[in-house]
Write a protein that binds this ligand. Structure first.
Ligand SMILES: [Zn+2]
Length: 649
């Protein structure tokens, strides 16, 4: 008999992946102290409507870098209007003048703030401030980045590129450096005419200047968050491609052109595939460029992804994941921008999940699973902080990898049809596109697509570091094991995880794959097979982020009564896991106790010959019980087993 053979799948520890470079991850740890988190709610009494940046790259390495800029910042005052306009700007960049409208106005530049008294500001009014500044942009923020002005390989031509996430834009231009305030943008950039300037938006034109210099005029009519303002400059090899009428532009250093052509090659395929998945490319009418710069990771600057040379020259499969990750951000991050960085996983978790989908699309389900398992560290993200409020927001691989796992498990829970409807509807929701998203908005979109409230699904993943501890148990419902009851149990104390868990039943040559939905701590399902069941596996493909718990085997199990129906005596064979005291009750269909017996202390049977108890078909008064259906219940000290028997007279 196989009754006591409970097959528990121990989740194999995923192979360590030391040395593996997380695609799309922003690398290079901070080397400077970060002055602190910018508050989540940071309205400052203003809504920035537009930035018009004019930046002259006066000197680039090997010279000491020097930029001169003006920033025209148009704001609308909120209610209540502020007394002081406060913008962010590092003090490495020195402000020489602030004009309010046409007039110079006093200002104070201290620390990373530029403040101007605005005593007559009133709600709803709009004003324009023009800030003139100059200096050498520092490496800045938790990624030790900002505007990076370097030489290629420390000796070649100059290269400029920026990684401003999460708030290092004020390392190179004055702004309200907060993801919750988007504005339209114009960038006019002057550099040596040997250099190509690629920036956010649409190229309006170039103007040649005396002295071998050239000005590039870029403009974006789409709102852009400050951290997504992109500026990439170098002596590039540039080529382009028409992608169903939309321009793709590629820039790479001459020494990496061959690698770049491979890395960029599937961009149009990815664009078309993403449009099927998530709706039209949001920044239609502009362009999509990818430009190399001297750094490790990549950054999804709006319509001009900055591609670190280390990412660009990865092996093809990995490099393509970076390509699709940064492109995916144009839906998940650039169009739907988190209102504050607490929700950064809505950027990074979704972009990483798109990497998984790309693997599935191009290489199949097994490649998807392999990649998923690569993201599952041995610690199951326990001890990494809260996905719903990460600290730090960057660098923090948890927001990528656990984020992608949660999106994956949402798909498992609601099914493919609802999941892909959600992705599309969320990314094209007119209340969200080009604006902001947050946990509530994403949850609402998912709930609508699935037709159920998914807030309880997300809560334990976002608000705790816990993981479900899953156990499996099963037992035959028929004497020949062709009908079994499978139960999955959550053993962790708290919280409860609403989940859907795959279960696989092997019965001879037959394999039955089930999805068991857990709306409670114990979820069960009856399975019928054509052959006796050999084994039952919990989460056989490791698709659930969980720890496998050993569920105690039942202490007592009974076979089906024989004979059944019976005209008198009914025999019940049963097995005991350990020596125990056993009693028996018989109930009629109305739940009335008909008969009770003490079977006494009995030895364990293990898998050997069973004990047999015989009910003679009598009641407690020893008279024959009437014909009918009865429940036969056998009890040990801490378990029980129930069988149904029919008595005919
Ligand atoms: Zn990303």
């Amino acid at each position: 008999m196989r009754i006591f053979l409970l097959c528990l799948l121990v989740v194999a520890a995923v192979a360590a992946h030391a040395g593996w470079v997380a695609p799309g991850a922003k690398t290079e740890p901070p080397e400077v102290s970060w002055p602190g988190r910018i508050p989540a709610a940071d309205s400052r009494g203003i809504d920035v409507l537009r930035y018009e940046l004019t930046i002259d790259l006066v000197a680039l390495p090997p010279q000491t870098p020097w930029i001169e800029g003006t920033a025209v910042v148009r704001v609308r005052y909120l209610d209540p209007a502020p007394d002081v306009l406060r913008l962010d700007l590092v003090d490495d960049l020195t402000v020489s003048e602030v004009r309010r409208g046409l007039s110079s106005t006093p200002f104070i530049q201290t620390g990373d703030s530029l403040t101007v008294n605005v005593p007559l500001a009133s709600p709803g009014n709009r004003e324009t401030f023009t800030i003139t500044y100059a200096g050498s942009p520092p490496r800045h923020g938790p990624l030790y980045a900002g505007l990076l002005l370097r030489q290629r390989d420390n000796a070649g031509p100059p290269t400029v590129g920026n990684v401003s996430q999460p708030y290092s834009s004020h390392g190179w231009f004055p702004c309200k450096d907060h993801p919750g305030d988007k504005a339209t943008l114009a960038m006019t950039v002057t550099a040596a005419d040997t250099l190509t300037v690629s920036a956010t938006g649409r190229l309006l034109g170039t103007d040649d200047l005396p002295g071998g210099r050239r000005t590039w005029r870029w403009d974006s009519e789409f709102p852009v968050a400050t951290y997504l303002v992109g500026l990439l400059v170098s002596e590039y090899e540039t080529w382009s491609e028409d992608c169903v009428g939309f321009p793709l532009v590629f820039h790479a250093f001459s020494e990496h052109v061959d690698a770049a052509r491979v890395t960029y090659a599937p961009t149009c395929d990815m664009m078309k595939w993403l449009e099927d998945l998530a709706g039209p490319f949001p920044f239609i009418g502009e362009k999509y460029a990818q430009a190399e710069f001297a750094w490790g990771g990549a950054m999804e600057n709006q319509t001009v992804t900055a591609f670190g040379q280390a990412s660009l020259t990865l092996p093809e499969r990995s490099a393509h994941l970076v390509t699709v990750h940064e492109l995916a951000h144009h839906w998940f991050g650039n169009s739907l921008t988190p209102r504050d960085w607490r929700d950064i996983w809505l950027n990074e978790g979704f972009a990483r999940y798109v990497e998984l989908l790309w693997r599935e699309h191009t290489e199949g389900a097994e490649a998807y699973r392999d990649y998923l398992h690569l993201l599952n560290r041995d610690d199951l993200f326990v001890g990494d902080g809260l996905l719903g409020d990460p600290d730090p927001v960057l660098p923090n691989s948890m927001v990528y990898d656990k984020g992608a796992w949660v999106v994956h498990m949402l798909r498992l829970h609601v099914g493919d049809a609802a999941f892909f409807r959600f992705l599309h509807d969320y990314a094209t929701d007119h209340d969200l596109t080009y604006q902001h998203t947050d946990r509530q908005a994403m949850t609402d979109a998912a709930s609508i697509a699935a037709g159920e409230d998914l807030a309880p699904f997300f809560a334990p993943w976002l608000d705790t570091e816990a993981v479900p501890e899953l156990g499996l148990r099963w037992r035959p419902l028929a004497a020949d094991d062709r009908r079994i009851l499978v139960e999955v149990v959550q053993h962790q104390e708290s919280p409860f995880f609403p989940l859907t868990v795959p279960v696989r039943v092997h019965a001879g040559l037959e394999v039955v794959d089930l999805k068991l939905r857990m709306d409670d701590r114990i979820a069960g399902i009856e399975v019928a097979t054509t052959a006796p069941v050999d084994s039952v596996l919990l989460d056989p493909d490791d698709l659930v982020l969980n720890r496998t718990a050993l569920t105690p085997a039942p202490r007592i199990l009974a076979a089906q009564p024989r004979p059944n129906p019976s005209v008198g005596a009914t025999h019940l064979s049963f097995w005991l896991a350990g020596a125990d005291r056993v009693s028996a009750d018989v109930y009629d269909m109305g739940g009335r106790l008909v008969y009770r017996a003490d079977l006494g202390a009995l030895p364990a049977t293990g898998e050997g010959a069973p004990h047999v108890w015989t009910w003679q078909g009598n009641g407690r008064d020893d008279r024959r019980a009437p014909a009918g259906v009865y429940w036969l219940v056998l009890y040990t000290s801490d378990d029980r087993t129930v069988r149904k028997a029919t008595l005919v007279r």
